[in-house]
Design a protein. Sequence first.
Length: 663
Amino acid sequence: MAVSSTDTYSGPYEANGVTVAFPFTFKAVAADDVAVFIRSVDGSDTIVGDNAYAVALASEGGTVTFGTPPASGQVYIVSEPSFLQAISFASGQAFLPNVVNEVNDRDVVRALYLKSALDRAPKIPIGGGFENLFPISLPGGIWGFSVGTGADAGLRTDLAESVSGKGAGMSAFAPAVAYGAGTVGKKLQQFVNVQDFGAVGNGVTDDYAAFSAAYDAVAWGGSIYVPQVGSEGYYLSDNPDAGDKPVHWIFDTAIQFHGPGLGDPDAGAGTFASLYTNPWLRVIGGQRKIAFGTVNSPAGGAVVGDSWEWTADSLAGWPKAITGNLTNGSAVIANVPAGVIGSLYKGCRITSAVSQWGYDGATTRNLRILSVDADANTVTVGYDANGNWVNTPAPYLGATASGVSFTVHKRQWFAGRYEGLETGTEDASIAGEVHYEICNPVMNITGAAGAMYEFNLNSYAETLDYCRAIFITGSGDVQNGKLVAIDIQRGGEAHWATGISIRNAQVGLFTNAKFPIEIDTVYNNNTTGLTETIGYGVHFNNAPAVKGALFEGRQLANALPALTLWRYTDSSPTGRFIQCKDAADANELFYVGIDGGLKTYAPSNSNGSAVAAGSIECNGITLRGGTNLQLGQVAATATKAANGKYLTFYDSAGAAVYVPTYA
């Protein structure tokens, strides 16, 4: 039979999990001369075993039928002729047409198979001269050969160059294209430049669309670079950082921003690039450490640079599971195991297995540990800092409950900015010479007003615990008399107008009482065992020149005292309300006793004062009944007044009332 088709394969056919029969058009002499493979989406080919299908031949072509329909991929049916010759003729044997035709057909099928393979292979042109050349793919998909020189042959050399237009500059990258995972394009999208999206940066053209496109294109958690292209800065009509994708904005030095996209930072409503309410970067969820270089403030002028570390303070072993006994109406959990009670502390949130424990019939309170008694194995809880408690009504809790399970959650601390320093031990040869500072901010005053630090403590809802603008605490097991919590010193020749200024404090600086300043003179519950009182409440010393009095104040309202002092006890009190002493701290000059008595000492303690020391001058004295008036000094007889009177008293009308002092 004649071979009328030059095809050597049929396909591709899309496998769908249903179709089992696939036709082919090429000439096959026998069923064994037909092969099948399936190409997957990644381009790999899988040969199908001949036991998975049956081949039915026709005069031209045939059909391949699968026992099980292929589920996916592209089905190819190809010619795979045998190159063995099994037919031979004996001398004088007849040349039968069907036998001869099969031999001829098989030769043609083999030739077509070889031609197909050669057509897919790179071939050197006719004429030779292409030895040791490199095959290349030319435009149009045809093969060619490079001799190693010229524009095409210089590709490898160009790729190795580091000049403009060569090397890395020869590979195109479109930031907005959705590249696949693991590709170079996807890696490059972790760091994008707003200029690649059309940002101009002339202070007039709206760059919001370019910034937003960069935000949309950057990978999750990636960085967006904003270069400085001029002194005018970028104009933004809206906030480009309003999404929920965590990104890192990196700004060049001296970057300026303008337009409504910044919001209103001065009013506390800043959005993008606002130092006041949004410090130029969004940190969403988890632990992150973000740093950026020196940059200008949005409105220009101030230069800032810093880093933020956001961490949640966690500890292994939390939350803790404990058991204890409850009594309705009591805030105390009793019989807590000794092995766990020592690790509990005030502020831990606690929940109970007893349904609605802490429920007052209307509200279920959030409970926190108020105190822990390790000796009594009890834990006291409450739903606020004052220890308020509720009686849980029946049937939620009976009179008592034993062996109740609790879950104690560690009180969480979050540091918006955390800095730490371990100083180590100084060498003996340089002891005292090494000085460490965690942070040393410096502001040089050159005429413009400013604040080195500004803390804004804003309240929009009631909290369960104190919120402090500044909180100073510490720990350690070594007593160190050289530790100072706050030390205010002036350096250089310039004087400060004020060391500390407290103004506009509605209820003072201590939230439990209306005291601008409260000083607690006893170390309570200190683990080191310190119980002694402090030396001074407020101590002024080493002030060579004082403009006015050490303490000044005025009556705040009529009927209120300007100064009030309370004694420690009303049972056998001792001591003084006020004490005045000489410069040597050796003699007492004047005091107001704790019982209300007043005493001033004689001139022997005046130490040369020009004032009549020890005397009291006043407009009037009221003596109670039975009061004795004793004169410490009396005049000599020779100097007595002629009328025999030593004291003169005046009545309310100013008339003299003479009282004789001698018989």
